[in-house]
Write a protein that binds this ligand. Structure first.
Ligand SMILES: C[S@@+](CC[C@H](N)C(=O)[O-])C[C@H]1O[C@@H](n2cnc3c(N)ncnc32)[C@H](O)[C@@H]1O
Length: 299
């Protein structure tokens, strides 16, 4: 499989993430649940003059190779693990760590994943319809669209894709065109379901929402966030922080709900409303447009 990658991931909310994560500490032990290309890890290490230690996890082995390379000059200050953040407790145990000073989650897909060939995340290139962030396990996007019932597909596209008007039509179009093998098979099914007028009216590609929805389903993204967020506070030192950056209202809704449930017993909420990107940040990085940041502190 050929791999090509020429566009770097631009980390979102660098300053805000540092502001909330580092609290008053000059250095500490931090856990980046979604290391990606290491952008936030680098920012933590730079801001604390290499005095902090960061443990980074990512489910995608290819992206971790990039992180390793990008962080070369901070050798010894970080450790990376090719694990799901759902398994963060195992990694803590393996390292003999009982508590940390901060957890960062920057959920969703990275530019690397969207742009690298052969992964099936993008509607722009025709390739195998995969979309798994962990390429070694789980159902591919092709298996999802080929096997799910029409009603379930419609729900996923409606809820996870915010495709409010055309979800049912897209699901019907998918079911009538099975089997699917490639990304363009799916693009064509979506195209048939959305009238030309609407397709041209949209600012984003007409398949964006459906691709997002199927990706969230393939990678159990919402379930993973909820299961993990609930368990993080237990592993924070008093005053330690959780920072979560999300890109979808459902993800942000989970963070809001879990923080509220733990308010007063385990957490103090630091962001009453989610932090939104500034116009400057959106100008620099279009992906930041839908980003939201929430933070909480261990009581
Ligand atoms: C938005 S990127 C993170 C970018 C990173 N903060 C940076 O500055 O370079 C999200 C990353 O989360 C990873 N990811 C998604 N689900 C995961 C999971 N369950 N466990 C660990 N990593 C996951 C993806 O592979 C992707 O690399």
């Amino acid at each position: 499989m050929s791999r090509q990658y020429d566009e770097h991931h631009r980390s979102v909310f660098i300053h805000e993430a540092l502001h909330y994560l580092l609290s008053k500490q000059e250095s500490g032990l931090y856990f980046d649940c979604t290391a990606g290309e290491g952008g936030h890890i680098r920012a933590i290490l730079e801001a604390t003059n290499g005095l902090s230690r960061v443990v980074g996890l990512d489910i995608d082995p290819e992206v971790l190779e990039l992180a390793e390379r990008n962080l070369k000059d901070f050798q010894g200050c970080f450790q990376l693990f090719n694990r799901s953040y759902v398994d963060f407790e195992d990694v803590l145990k393996q390292l003999g760590i009982a508590k940390v000073d901060g957890f960062l989650l920057d959920v969703g897909v990275s530019t690397f994943q969207l742009k690298s060939q052969g992964r099936g995340f993008s509607y722009e290139v025709d390739e195998s319809l995969d979309m798994r962030m962990d390429p070694s396990r789980g159902m591919t996007a092709a298996e999802v669209v080929n096997s799910y019932q029409e009603k379930e597909l419609a729900r996923i596209i409606f809820e996870y894709g915010d495709e409010k008007r055309f979800a049912r039509r897209i699901a019907r179009s998918i079911v009538s065109r099975r089997p699917f093998y490639s990304t363009f098979d799916l693009v064509n099914a979506v195209k048939r379901a959305i009238p030309a007028e609407e397709r041209y009216r949209r600012k984003k590609h007409f398949a964006t929402r459906t691709f997002q929805a199927i990706r969230i389903e393939v990678n159990s993204e919402l379930d993973n966030i909820e299961r993990t967020l609930r368990r993080l506070p237990e592993y924070l030192n008093p005053g330690g922080r959780i920072v979560i950056i999300s890109f979808h209202s459902l993800e942000d809704g989970i963070a809001k709900r879990v923080f509220r449930e733990k308010m007063d017993s385990e957490l103090k909420i630091l962001t009453k409303k989610p932090i939104m990107p500034s116009e400057e940040e959106i100008e620099l990085n279009l992906r930041a447009r839908s980003a939201r940041l929430r933070a909480a502190e261990r009581i």
